[in-house]
Ligand binder design. Structure first.
Ligand SMILES: Nc1nc2c(ncn2[C@@H]2O[C@H](COP(=O)(O)OP(=O)(O)OP(=O)(O)O)[C@@H](O)[C@H]2O)c(=O)[nH]1
Ligand SMILES: [Mg+2]
Length: 358
């Protein structure tokens, strides 16, 4: 899964990238490549349930969920529709919009003033505009083609885009449009930005650290239903430089109880509607991320396409039962193992063994 960090210039994207990937310095590609290549890092998602399962199987390796994050170069105001990175941004599974909250007068803001709520609104409009440009371009092409040749599929697509266009023109997101499964399939290839899950991360000023848990109190014009999280890039980057004990001291001196990655991934999971299931293999105990409502057969496919193809049954023990009984075997003996079929919707915290015919 790919998560793209993007936003206006100098908002703190690279700082966040380093904090999430726990790198002291992001290794950006050098030379000519630097102009086109977006730095990527693999992040391990902290997971207390996996730690617990792993403690029951100390001989097995613990493997956390890995998510890839990308650090996009900063955008100027109004830049997104023409950005050379637009194509790559469209490939993301989830977007993280990094928004400047810190005040430093030495660092200019591309929109002229520090106002997170306005930045979020402006960026949202930019995402919508980039989708609208695509819709208009495609409609033009379809109209031209349909004048030459009759094509029912193209006609259906045209009708759908004609419904979508006024919504976007009115400032709506593709996400707001109630799409049927067939319409969703028809639009999949567009990779609309305003259809993607998005989390806004406000990079707070050190002075405003007291608002970390509740940035809405500081920025009262933030829409309350927006998925927003605050962090303080400067402080957390300093934390990266410290070893364990000093870290704790430094954190308590600022009254911090948790670092950004834990809070970030929890919120990202909510926004992207992700859940974890677990497997206990011969050599490793592992967490897997899937979207809510994923059927068991597709969850099996996350592990290996052969398991999906040869799927027979999913043996399921919920995390709480596994922990209560101390092992898979004991939970099974207590009659807590369920056999589920292909269409079973995997639940958050399910521990699963997939039976399959190789
Ligand atoms: N005062 C203050 N400065 C910060 C904070 N976070 C980042 N900065 C500074 O802002 C500048 C930009 O930070 P980056 O993390 O590189 O921001 P960016 O969004 O990746 O920047 P571009 O990629 O150039 O768009 C750096 O000089 C940072 O030191 C913060 O929380 N407080
Ligand atoms: Mg950067």
């Amino acid at each position: 899964m790919i998560i793209s960090l993007f936003g206006y210039h100098q908002a703190g994207k690279t700082s966040l990238f380093e904090i999430l990937s726990q790198r002291k310095k992001a290794s950006h590609p050098a030379g000519a490549e630097a102009r086109t290549e977006v730095p990527r890092a693999v992040c391990q998602v902290p997971d207390a349930r996996l730690d617990t399962i792993s403690s029951l199987y100390p001989d097995k390796k613990k493997v956390q969920v890995h998510l890839e994050i990308e650090d996009f170069p900063g955008l100027a105001s109004g830049d997104i529709s023409t950005s050379q990175y637009l194509g790559q941004l469209r490939k993301a599974d989830g977007l993280v919009h990094v928004v400047r909250g810190f005040k430093d007068p030495a660092i200019a803001h591309p929109r002229g003033k520090i106002n997170p709520a306005e930045d979020i609104q402006a960026m949202t409009e930019e995402l919508i505009l980039s989708d609208l440009v695509m819709v208009c371009g495609r409609l033009e092409k379809l109209e031209k083609d349909l004048r030459k040749i009759k094509d029912t599929e193209a006609q259906k697509e045209k009708e759908l885009l004609e419904k979508l266009k006024p919504l976007l023109e009115g400032g709506g997101l593709v996400k707001d449009f109630a799409l049927s499964p067939s319409e969703e399939k028809m639009l999949r290839g567009f990779c609309f930005l305003s259809l993607k899950p998005i989390l806004h991360l406000i990079n707070l000023d050190e002075q405003d650290l007291a608002y970390l848990e509740n940035p809405g109190l500081l920025y009262s014009d933030l829409k309350p239903d927006l998925p927003v999280l605050a962090f303080c890039g400067r402080i957390e980057k300093e934390l990266l430089e410290l070893e364990n004990e000093d870290r704790q001291l430094f954190m308590s001196s600022y009254g911090l109880t948790e670092t950004t990655p834990g809070r970030f991934f929890q919120k990202l999971y909510e926004v992207m509607e992700l859940i974890n299931f677990y497997t206990i293999g011969k050599d490793e105990v592992r967490a897997w991320a899937i979207r809510k409502k994923t059927p068991a057969v597709k969850a099996a496919g996350e592990i290996h396409s052969d398991i999906e193809k040869g799927f027979i049954r999913a043996e399921v023990v919920p995390f709480t039962e596994l922990v209560k009984h101390g092992s898979w075997q004991k939970a099974k003996e207590a009659g807590l193992l369920r056999l589920e079929g292909k269409d079973y919707q995997v639940q958050d915290g399910d521990v699963i063994y997939f039976r399959f015919a190789p």
